[in-house]
Every structure is written in structure tokens, then in C-alpha cells.
Design a binder for this molecule. Structure first.
Ligand SMILES: Nc1nc2c(ncn2[C@@H]2O[C@H](COP(=O)(O)OP(=O)(O)O)[C@@H](O)[C@H]2O)c(=O)[nH]1
Ligand SMILES: [Mg+2]
Length: 344
């Protein structure tokens, strides 16, 4: 069988309810090579229609616990079928910062999810720039092609990945826990800029009400942008450990979806997300070429500034060859200008 036929066969099996086939398709998305492109081509042709929910927030605020309950709430609303209608992508930390703690979460989340037929998949960060940012959108399309209606992406809660997830999600939920410090932290990380639904989790602990009030005030003052004009992010309280407030959270997510669809914002958002994805992929290629040029090309000549060298690189990268300052034979760089050989 050709690769195409194998993949297409796997997709058929996945739609018929084979989790193993779905898992194998998703493994292709993480290879970072031509196989990811092949499975993406197949998925795109199927035009799935999954709703993508991103869960962002600092480590420890309760994202995994909440995600398990949310997935269960979503699954209860979907007609029961053999193939999963709800999937969770848990963005796993290969980051040493959060390493060990996650396994326990996964076990808890898996238990809740399994009881409701939710498909759970971990995706590793792998450290490579763009690695996850590339794999997640393809994984979303594969899940959609396999008939999944709701995809919840839970992030680790550190760094740029959070903001990248917002560029994949239709609805981004920022989770904080009781205590003002969390809101400040979220604000610094840029999470409040991308959040469409705000959650104060651990509402069983003191200060949850105050945190909610503070967030409402930040909304009043315009500190929280809320993703798009015309949508004010609701501020909800949850106790993820008991599931309290999760139904209300699910309703808020549905309300956001309805708003996106009715306002016409959804199409604009999908276009923006696609542009972002394509830009990221193009940038990667450009950046690789740039690095190769930096390593091999003699651009560090003349009594020029780093800015001059940068322009020279830019012009060569864009295929421009006009470079009046380039000497006819590449000579030694002017003294003190050879940044390729830093002084020791
Ligand atoms: N008291 C309390 N603890 C919670 C709540 N939600 C989560 N936790 C606990 O907080 C810890 C971190 O939760 P987890 O879901 O792993 O957070 P994550 O790192 O954001 O995914 C775990 O020990 C949870 O049991 C809550 O609503 N109230
Ligand atoms: Mg977690």
C-alpha cells in the first residue's frame, strides 16, 4: 500500500472508533518532517469542524483538574458514538521546570476522561523552536478530520507556548487561582490579553471573591483586552477538585462560540490563525537559511556596523545581489569588526 493509502485507511479506522489508528495518525504530526505534511494534506481535505478550546495559566492553578471535568462536561453534551467526539491535547513539559509533577495530573485527568470516552493525547514540547507550534495545528486538523467536535488543549503554563496555543484556539480560557498574585502573573505573561474567558479556580479557598472582583475591575479599566472588541470576558469561579462551577464554565465557552459565529469574528479569526501558522513556518525556513549564511558567508567586511551587515544579509536572502561595498575578492575584515571570532 502507498503511504497515502495507509494514512487514508488509518483515518477511516479512526472515524470508525479506533483510538489506536487515531494515535498513529497523531504520531505523524509530531515527526516534524514530510510525514507531518502528508497527514496534514489528508486531514485538510476532510474539512473537520472541531471547536478548539485553549486552557492557559500558571502551573498549579488547576488546569489539568479543570480540563478533565470540562472534557467530561463536553462529552455529556455530545451524542454517544463509537468514535470519540471530545479530545484533550495535553501539552507535555519536556521542560525541566515542571517535569515531574505532571504525571500525577495525567493519571487523574485520564481517569475522568476515560469514564466519558474522551480521547487524551500528550504532545511533547521537544525543546525545538516551533516544534509544538507546528505540530498542534496539524493535530487539531487530524482530530477534526476524524470526527472530533471539541478539542481542549491544556498547556503546561510556562512561556511562549501559552500564547502560541491562543493562536490555535477558538476560545482561550485563562485560569488563575484565588489570590491577587496569580492575576498579576497572568497579566505579565500576556495571558489576560488573549483570554476570552477568565476563571478563578480554587474558589474553595479564601480570597477567591476578591480575585474575581479585581479581575472585573481590570476589565472595567480596559487592562484585560479580551481578545476582540465587542466581547467582555466573563469571570467565573470554579472548584476544579469537586467540579463546582464547571457547567457554568462550559456555558460561558458555548456563549463565546455563539458570539464568534454570530459576529462574523470566527472567519476573521481562522484567517488570522492561518496567517500566523504560515508565517511561523516561513520564518523557520528563512531563519535556517539566515543561520547558514551567517556561518558561511563573508559579510563581515568593511568598517561597517552590525546594522550594515544585517542589511547586507537581508538583501542576499531576498535574492538581491547589488552590494556596492563588497570588495572584489573577499578580504580580511577590518580589524575589530570580525564578530564571527569573538575575542577571548
Ligand atoms: N483546593 C483546591 N485545590 C485544587 C483545585 N483545583 C486543583 N487543585 C489542586 O491543585 C493542584 C494542581 O492542580 P493541577 O490540575 O495539576 O494544576 P495545573 O498545573 O494547572 O494543571 C493539585 O493538587 C489539585 O488537586 C481547587 O479548586 N481547589
Ligand atoms: Mg497540568
Amino acid at each position: 500500500m502507498s503511504t497515502d493509502a495507509v494514512l487514508s485507511d488509518l483515518l477511516t479506522q479512526a472515524r470508525d472508533g479506533s483510538r489506536r489508528a487515531l494515535g498513529r495518525l497523531l504520531s505523524q504530526t509530531e515527526t516534524g518532517d514530510a510525514r507531518a505534511g502528508e497527514v496534514d494534506r489528508l486531514a485538510i481535505a476532510e474539512q473537520g469542524n472541531a471547536w478548539v478550546i485553549g486552557i492557559v495559566g500558571a502551573p498549579g492553578v488547576g488546569k489539568s483538574t479543570l480540563t478533565g471535568h470540562l472534557a467530561a462536561a463536553a462529552a455529556r453534551k455530545q451524542p454517544a458514538t463509537r468514535a470519540p467526539r471530545v479530545a484533550v491535547i495535553a501539552v507535555d513539559p519536556s521542560s525541566p521546570v515542571t517535569g515531574g509533577a505532571i504525571l500525577g495530573d495525567r493519571v487523574r485527568m485520564d481517569a475522568i476522561a476515560a469514564a466519558h470516552g474522551v480521547f487524551v493525547r500528550s504532545m511533547a514540547h521537544r525543546g525545538a523552536a516551533g516544534g509544538l507550534a507546528n505540530a498542534v495545528p496539524i493535530a487539531v486538523r487530524v482530530l477534526g478530520a476524524a470526527g472530533v467536535e471539541v478539542i481542549i488543549i491544556e498547556t503546561v503554563g510556562v512561556g511562549q507556548v501559552e500564547l502560541e496555543i491562543a493562536m490555535v484556539a477558538d476560545t482561550t480560557v485563562a485560569v488563575m487561582s484565588a489570590g491577587w498574585g496569580d492575576a498579576i502573573q497572568a497579566s505579565k505573561a500576556g495571558l489576560l490579553e488573549v483570554a476570552e474567558v477568565l476563571v478563578v479556580n480554587k474558589a474553595d479557598q479564601p480570597d477567591a471573591r476578591a480575585a474575581q472582583r479585581d479581575l472585573e475591575q481590570m476589565l472595567d479599566l480596559g487592562v484585560v483586552a479580551g481578545g476582540a472588541a465587542g466581547w467582555r470576558p466573563p469571570v467565573l469561579a470554579t472548584v476544579a477538585t469537586s467540579g463546582e462551577g464547571v457547567d457554568a464554565l462550559w456555558s460561558a465557552i458555548e456563549a463565546h462560540r455563539t458570539w464568534l459565529e454570530r459576529s462574523g469574528e470566527l472567519d476573521a479569526r481562522h484567517c488570522a490563525h492561518l496567517r500566523h501558522e504560515v508565517r511561523g513556518r516561513a520564518l523557520e525556513g528563512i531563519s535556517r537559511r539566515l543561520d547558514a549564511m551567517l556561518a558561511s558567508t563573508d559579510i563581515f567586511y568593511g568598517p561597517d556596523t552590525p546594522d550594515d551587515w544585517a542589511r547586507r544579509l537581508e538583501s542576499r536572502l531576498c535574492g538581491g545581489h547589488g552590494d556596492p561595498k563588497r570588495p572584489s575578492s573577499p578580504g580580511m575584515p577590518a580589524e575589530g569588526h570580525d564578530i564571527t571570532r569573538p575575542e577571548v
